[in-house]
Design a protein. Sequence first.
Lengths: 250, 240, 282
Amino acid sequence: MEVLNADGYRSDGRRQFELRSITIDLAQHGAADGTATIVHGLTKVFVSVLGPREAKLRSLTIHDRANVNVEVNVAAFSSGERRKRAKSDKRVLEMASAIKSTFETIIQTNLYPRSQIDIYIQIIEQDGGLLQACINGTTLALICAGIPLVDFACAVTCGVYANSPILDLTTLEENDIPNMTLAMLPKTGSVNLTAMESRLHVDRFGDLFEVALGAGRVIHEEMKLAILAKSRMLVAEMKTIGWGEKDLVD
Amino acid sequence: MSIIFPGESAPANHVNLKLGPGLLQVSSIFNDASDGETPRKRPVIIATKAGELKHSVKGSQWWIESNSRRYVPVLHESVVGLITQRLGEAYRVDIGSAHHASLDGLAFEGATKRSKPNLKVGSLVYARVSLAHKDMEPELECFGAQTHKAEGFGELKGGFVVKCSLEMCRCLLNPKHFLLPMLGRRFPLDAAIGMNGRVWVSAKNVKEHIIVSRCIEAVDPDGGGMNEDELKKFLHTLGV
Amino acid sequence: MRPPSPSIVEKEFLYNSLKESLRIDGREPLEMREPTLSFGPELGWVECSLGKTKVIAQIEAKIVRPPPERPLEGIITIHSEISPTASSEYEFGRTSEEEVTITRMLDKVLRRSDAIDKESLCILANQRVWHLRLTLHFLADAGNMLDCACLAGIVALKHFRRPEVEVIGDEITIYPPSERAPFPLAIHHSPYCFTFAFFSDATIPPVLDPSQLEQRLSAGVTSIALNAQKEICVFQKFGGVPLLPKDLLAIIDIAVAKAQGLHQIVENRLKEDWSSRTVEFR
């Protein structure tokens, strides 16, 4: 397959560094403390966060910080071919453990000793950039739940086709070219997660990092806008029930 | 030196016989085929551990010297324990045995209800086993049995803890063993030797701690098994 | 039962010593434990140890019918279950997080990186292909089982030789090693895995090939698998301390140098072992 044609267009009509459209929905769902639905093109992920709450099992309590528990569920209808993934699928478990360790350092877990924060991730549609969507969605859901974070985690998928970096890959592209998922903390510009599992020459890394970090900042802006919009809406709602600006300041 | 294996009978015989670790008295059918008598029951001493059979000069005390890693608490032995949990007035301490030991919050020198040491989870203590019974949780104390003075027991601050085999601990406690004097001639150091395979050491700087830790590992019969001359050469390569 | 977490004394000492670039076992921060490789009487049986960490890798080959969707490719399966033999941390029959990491890493390093030419494992299209089973036995965990397992796995694949097979028409004849010299696998490249541990204190340098204590006290590890041709196959950093891109590029450079050194060691050991074996060549 030709990932990038001679005119510089990709199979879905995007340019080399163009991201897919991002839609974020932060509406409240059910009993969860924070929820977020994030859509990157045709990848859709729903994340709900519960906690901090008392740990269910004594063996899971840590005496000086909260335990972060991540569960990922891939819907059978999410991919082109209907396929039920077992709970013990190593790939799904690995993704959960990657998300868990990414957020363990970002969440201020030391504020909630002996408790547990549950992150449930439901993958509804998948078309590449799964880990990216999960991480971005989890960041948003954690913010909605009001759990203190030291920074955002903004993830992006990037790949290399014929020596040129490409951003935000679809499944078709992911299968074809070497790719890497990277999560960055926009405040410090540091990298919290990298996951690459295809062969790539060492010299390509410098460029790839740079492009991916730039894309991370763009995603950060999008996420900030969504949270601001939600906050504005909440403030407006409070006003309608008689809370003025003054009450909020007090 | 006589090596004995589990199940073999030991030639222990004395009017006032005392059996140490690894020996068991059983009554078994003893068949004296030579004098043609009917087989009769007679007590015999058998080994339950593999190791070196040893006895006191007079032959009244017998035991088996063997090496192991798992610690079984014995009354009055000193151990290095790790605080794993605080339970009201007491602490739960990991001493490397099958069960956690408990250490009363008041079992320290001069501790009263009002003022008692406050140990954090993760601290190390040097303590004495005050109760060791197979059906009960072991208990620890941080003072001498008679004097109720600290006598070196209590929280261990700073330094480093080295894990070694139980035989290595016994060797280190033997004043005639070469390792600690040899290190002591080179630099000053403090050590608290637990019978549970943990040795706490404290020296002046990081490098010296590392030297002590590597020497204990090198001399440990379960690890490097170096003798005095080999250790001298080893210390030379470490630059002391 | 999980062993208790390290004491405050151990934690503080480790941090202080690493700040002075000293490690408890006397290594430099970026020094690996020297790997020891010993080969069994059978081809494809390797015991690999890094210090006290020890893993056995063993390969079996049998002939099977290929799945219809891939009629021209051989099959490689990797079995890596961590039993409590390695350490009391692991429980029988329950998948630990470590096991998931190791299993996935082995899969990526040995299978997905196309280290083995799968098409060369085909005997007769649609009919018969070789099925290689790589089994790893984890004997002792003294830190960094991941690198040890990956090394054992790739060395076992390089050491293994399959029996010679002849196809005439639809007839397949397998020659035992006594009749015809067995055949090495077609290996494109040999990836090696390197794990670095990072600590939350920024003044502590990263540490290569962490020991058990270092691993438990670290704030996260980064694993890089790459071959001597400077191609990175896996670059995995899950959480842990956030690092600046330049620091990540710096550790990649270190791994590149280490991979070339390790490749030499492995090739020499394999040559040594092969020269000590008496196998008739045609």
